[in-house]
Design a protein around this ligand. Structure first.
Ligand code: ADP
Ligand code: MG
Ligand code: MG
Length: 209
């Protein structure tokens, strides 16, 4: 497919929910090293709630679906990541408002608006060791993937997000709880960058279906 309609977006979110729940323990272990051991539980709680909400959601307005996701994450995830993931989806929802499907331009704009929202709210710059370090490179890879299918462009975005998350390992955290550790935060992969990678990978899988 070269566009994402409401059904594809719901497939994305359902896949994301499944992979987040599967990786709850892993995400919590990452947060145990440099945070407070709750990132897996926070994300699993949020995406499980989202899964419930989407069951009865009409599919004709992609913006409305993304808004439901954002509102639900905002009210159920908590911590630092809840408002940030909530903002990602709410900003994307504004771009997608009233649209039955997102073409490549709208997908790119939605992701960029989501990243801008995260950075406006959390004030993180690239290499601060946060979720921004996965989403930023993903968007760059997506924008740079000309002349390939949508699924391939998103697969490249997912690979860039994976590499971005891995590249947080040597970084010293400058935002969030991990920043309290200073230099001791180096040597560990950022949990939020890791969950962001899983989210982008789920999007690529939904586009390939
Ligand atoms: P908390 O730190 O409140 O327990 P979580 O454990 O759920 O929240 O989420 C932690 C993740 O949130 C971090 O790994 C990081 O990726 C992300 N994060 C924290 N603060 C910021 C920020 N200011 N900007 C972007 N991302 C952030
Ligand atoms: Mg935490
Ligand atoms: Mg916490």
């Amino acid at each position: 497919r070269e566009v994402l309609n409401g059904d594809a977006v719901v497939v994305w979110i359902e896949r994301a929910a499944a992979v987040i729940v599967e990786n709850e323990k892993y995400l919590t272990e990452l947060d145990a090293a440099i945070g407070d051991s709750d990132h897996g539980a926070n994300m699993a709680r949020g995406f499980s709630a989202v899964r419930g909400k989407l069951a009865g959601q009409p599919r004709e307005d992609v913006g409305a679906i993304l808004k439901t996701v954002g509102m639900t994450l905002l009210s159920t995830v908590g911590g630092a990541s809840g408002p940030l993931y909530g903002t990602l989806f709410l900003e994307a929802a504004k771009i997608a408002a009233g649209k039955a499907e997102l073409d490549r331009t709208a997908i790119q704009q939605s992701l960029a608006a989501g990243l801008a929202g995260i950075q406006k709210r959390g004030k993180a710059e690239p290499l601060d060791k946060t979720m921004v370090d996965a989403l930023g490179p993903a968007i760059q890879a997506f924008e740079g993937a000309a002349g390939v299918t949508l699924a391939e462009a998103l697969a490249r975005a997912a690979e860039a997000a994976r590499q971005g998350a891995e590249a947080t390992i040597p970084l010293v955290a400058r935002k969030g709880r991990a920043s309290y550790l200073g230099e001791r935060s180096a040597g560990h992969q950022d949990p939020g960058a890791t969950s962001m990678w899983l989210l982008v990978r789920s999007l690529a899988e939904a586009a390939a279906e």
